[in-house]
Design a binder for this molecule. Structure first.
Ligand SMILES: Cc1ncc(COP(=O)(O)O)c(C=O)c1O
Length: 506
């Protein structure tokens, strides 16, 4: 303990000397100054709703006691414009979390908003008993973005509902029951998907999700194996290995674990396997390259289907590809999508092959009142147009890579930054007690850094089993100048934190 403290002090001293006077190529801030927020030419309206304390009172009295908010004094937001959010007092924040990886093209994107407003004045709702052009045009556009034979769409309203349906599809097509997902995964909170979701804090104390089994998440930073070239990212872990290009021992070891699961906890024939291309809620966890490809093959040998949950990774966020599964060189049998699909409008979809769709509909005449309504069709289409016209996938690649490399420098400088990872505009900064142990930094300390970032005008997400990881997934219109600001804020928050640690006040 004493040793640890001493090394923290040394490190803090080093950081303070290095950073206190002059700490980035762009900025020369003292540890007590805050980076200057980049300009924005949007002026929010004046807040005219109920006073802050009254809103808080309603929340305490009338909302689920479980739903916790970020920050000691929860942030009351009233307006958004592209990558910016404004609170009730008119304070502006750069949004690095986009309403949990949802507002992909920007808050109130003018073209998406205009399309929605036009449709609101025309026709809101028809029900699937009638047909309407918007959702059909949308279906044509969306399927054009998916490879053969993924051409049949089922519309739903949320990510959980999409995954519920994908589970039913896997079971009806395979005629088997067991479904596998990764430990640490989040696939939804409905009674059915709770079986797939494997996050301790969310696991219910009541029976749910029968015949769902979990397997070890091939997490190359926190898991038992990992090395210096495992993942598909510009930034690798701090772990060392002697693998040569094209061979990854960590991948082989995690595959052995996967085989173990197949041999021990599921029936000989299984229904399917769910995976996100990069795990979101678990803190932007990336698997070793080639893992999913081999796992998919083994699942199919057991009669199961492979489901890619693209709820967070789809719609260009990863930069190199439109869909996360493409970056693994795999072709799923079912793809589920939500969140970014409609920039915050409640909508989701399941896309599958004609064969699976047929098997599913033989078992269930699926009906859903709201799914595929005219508004959803129009908004979904406008989102796809915005991604293309605004070059957002390209920006995810360009600005995301730029930002990731800058964030990686924080890890070189601060012992409590254990890992920096991700792809495109989906990144994670995992906080640790120290880089040798890789043990999660205490919640109290991560909260303090989080709060300080917010006070400097930066909204960051959180994730990981211990809430130890900062998640970065801004609207995909973020610029390099804003990415610089974000990195400067992290730097300032970490510098201040290390100073407090050195003084023993945290
Ligand atoms: C990967 C993933 N799948 C599914 C869901 C569930 O989506 P929803 O909250 O819309 O039900 C989430 C939500 O965070 C998610 O991150």
């Amino acid at each position: 303990m004493a040793l640890l403290k001493a090394s923290f002090f040394q490190m803090s001293k080093r950081c303070f000397l290095q950073c206190g006077a002059c700490w980035t190529s762009e900025s020369k801030l003292s540890v007590h100054e805050s980076p200057k927020i980049p300009p924005c030419d949007f002026t929010p309206e004046k807040y005219e709703s109920q006073p802050y304390n009254h809103i808080l009172k309603i929340r305490k009295q009338n909302f689920s006691p479980f739903i916790s908010t970020y920050f000691q004094k929860p942030l009351l937001l009233q307006q958004g414009y592209m990558q910016w959010l404004f609170d009730y007092e008119g304070r502006r924040y750069l949004d690095l979390f986009s309403g949990i990886v949802t507002v992909g093209v920007g808050h109130c994107h003018p073209k998406v908003t205009a399309a929605a407003q036009k449709q609101l004045g025309r026709l809101w709702h028809t029900s699937p008993a009638f047909i309407h052009p918007a959702i059909h045009e949308y279906a044509e556009k969306l399927t054009a973005l998916l490879p053969e034979p993924l051409k049949v769409i089922f519309f739903t309203n949320s990510g959980s509902e999409a995954n519920d349906m994908a589970m039913l599809m896997a079971r009806s097509f395979s005629q088997n029951v067991d479904i596998i997902s990764f430990r640490g995964a989040y696939h939804g909170c409905s009674p059915y998907t709770l079986g797939l979701t494997s996050v301790g804090a969310i696991k219910p104390r009541i029976a749910s999700g029968s015949s769902c089994q979990t397997t070890m998440c091939p997490d190359v930073f926190r898991g038992p194996w990992g090395g210096s070239q495992c993942r598909d990212s510009l930034v690798q872990t701090i772990r060392k290995c002697n693998c040569t290009p094209g061979c990854c021992k960590a991948k082989d070891q995690y595959i052995e674990e996967f085989k173990n699961t197949l041999h021990t906890v599921v029936a000989k024939e299984i229904a399917g396997f769910f995976a996100e291309p990069i795990q979101g809620v678990n803190g932007v966890v990336q698997y070793p390259k080639g893992f999913l490809k081999e796992a998919f093959q083994m699942v199919r040998e057991r009669g199961g289907v492979c489901i890619a949950d693209e709820v967070q990774t789809g719609f260009g966020r990863l930069g190199t590809h439109f869909w996360g599964f493409q970056s693994h060189g795999i072709l799923p049998d079912i793809v589920t999508m939500a969140k970014g699909i409609a920039n915050g409008f409640p909508m989701s979809a399941v896309v599958t092959t004609p064969e699976i769709a047929d098997a599913f509909t033989k078992h269930l005449n699926h009906f859903n009142t709201f799914a595929g309504n005219p508004l959803a069709g129009v908004i979904g289409s406008a989102v796809l147009d915005a991604i293309k016209e605004d070059g957002l996938q390209e920006n995810s690649q360009e600005t995301g890579s730029y930002m990731l490399l800058k964030l990686a420098k924080l890890r070189d400088e601060f012992e409590i930054v254990g890992d920096v990872r991700g792809k495109g505009l989906m990144m994670g900064i995992e906080m640790v007690q120290d880089q040798d142990s890789r043990q999660p930094l205490s919640l109290k300390e991560v909260n303090l850094i989080h709060e300080d970032c917010k006070d400097m005008g930066l909204i960051v997400g959180r994730g990981g089993l211990f809430n130890q990881t900062f998640r970065i997934a801004p609207p995909m219109c973020i610029t390099k100048q804003e990415a610089d600001f974000a990195v400067e804020v992290f730097h300032a928050a970490l510098s201040r934190h290390m100073e407090k640690r050195a003084k023993g006040v945290v």
